[in-house]
Design a protein around this ligand. Structure first.
Ligand code: FAD
Length: 260
């Protein structure tokens, strides 16, 4: 299998750097092909702007979606974007690896998503009408591929528990797992989260590696998070609200999980 690791940490000698090296070695020893997009090492351009199209005309008003659509359709995307899209097409599984910074991904990784997820590639795909609101949330160009988050936090596990002060980790990661990964079609397996990283010594590091190795071995067999597909009847279209007989009375991120 082909695995793409999109990795966002500025320091190769960090905990994240060690875990990324471990993942590459572990996956390759299991016979997989691995490619790492090391965003800091690549000096990845973060902001989405008019320069993302080689056909950009300075006198035109810049419309981010329209420019992305035209560049994608006409093959005038800047090369760094096209190369990352090619890696995504190649991959059977994608791992986004990052330290939790201000309760989300580092800006460099957000910039990767914004620029690589072009109109026509990751969104704006499929029939878009009052009866079919595009191929998304379970359908799309990434359908059939798997994705997993590998996240490290300074906070303790209890701080991210259901009643923890930071909010539960499932909620924190929902916009990434549901909005960025499930949206274009990935099957998202549960995240691998390393909490309280400040308390990492050699013993704990060995335990983390052991657990991570098991999760990498299960990348193709673990049950994906049971997000509800958009176009399979659970949502009223075009309002795109969950049918009132599903999770009746409940609100929030959790209603988009099919637990029944
Ligand atoms: P490092 O700092 O590199 O290492 C962590 C520990 O692991 C160190 O003790 C180190 O000695 C040890 N270690 C590293 N490599 C090895 C190895 N090979 N073997 C054994 N031990 C090793 N945390 C939150 O919970 N929520 C937030 O919102 C949040 N926001 C942040 C915002 C910013 C801007 C920053 C800088 C930090 C934030 N943090 C937050 C903390 C952050 O998530 C952690 O600092 C980060 O996850 C630690 O990962 P690292 O790779 O940088 O670890």
């Amino acid at each position: 299998m082909n695995v793409l690791i999109v990795y966002a940490h500025p320091e190769p000698r960090s905990l994240n750097g060690s875990l990324k090296n471990f993942s590459v070695k572990h996956l390759e020893e299991a016979g997989h092909h691995v490619h790492v997009s090391d965003l800091y090492a690549m000096n990845w351009k973060v902001p989405l702007d008019a320069h993302d199209s080689t056909a950009w005309q300075a006198d035109r008003r810049f419309d981010a979606s329209l420019a992305s659509k035209q560049a994608f359709e006409t093959g005038t995307q800047s090369q760094d974007i096209a190369l990352e899209q090619e890696k995504l097409r190649w991959a059977d599984a994608v791992i986004l690896q990052f330290p939790l910074w201000w309760f989300s991904m580092p800006a460099i990784l957000k910039g990767w998503v914004e620029r690589v997820y072009a109109y026509g590639f990751a969104y704006g795909v499929g029939e878009h009408s009052d009866t079919h609101w595009g191929d998304r949330y379970g359908e799309g160009v990434m359908a059939g591929k798997r994705a997993m988050l590998l996240v490290t936090t300074g906070g303790w596990e209890s701080h991210y528990s259901p009643r923890g002060i930071n909010g539960q980790i499932e909620d924190m990661l929902f916009p990434i797992q549901h909005g960025i990964l499930y949206y274009p079609g990935f099957d998202v397996v549960p995240p691998f989260v390393v909490y309280r990283t400040g308390r990492t010594d050699e013993t704990r590091f060995s335990q983390i590696q052991e657990a991570l190795g098991q999760r990498l071995d299960q990348l193709w067999t673990a049950a994906p998070i049971a997000f509800r597909p958009q176009n399979a009847g659970a949502y009223d279209i075009p309002a795109l609200t969950l049918r009132s007989d599903l999770a009746p009375g409940d609100v929030g991120f959790g209603v988009h999980l099919a637990n029944e």
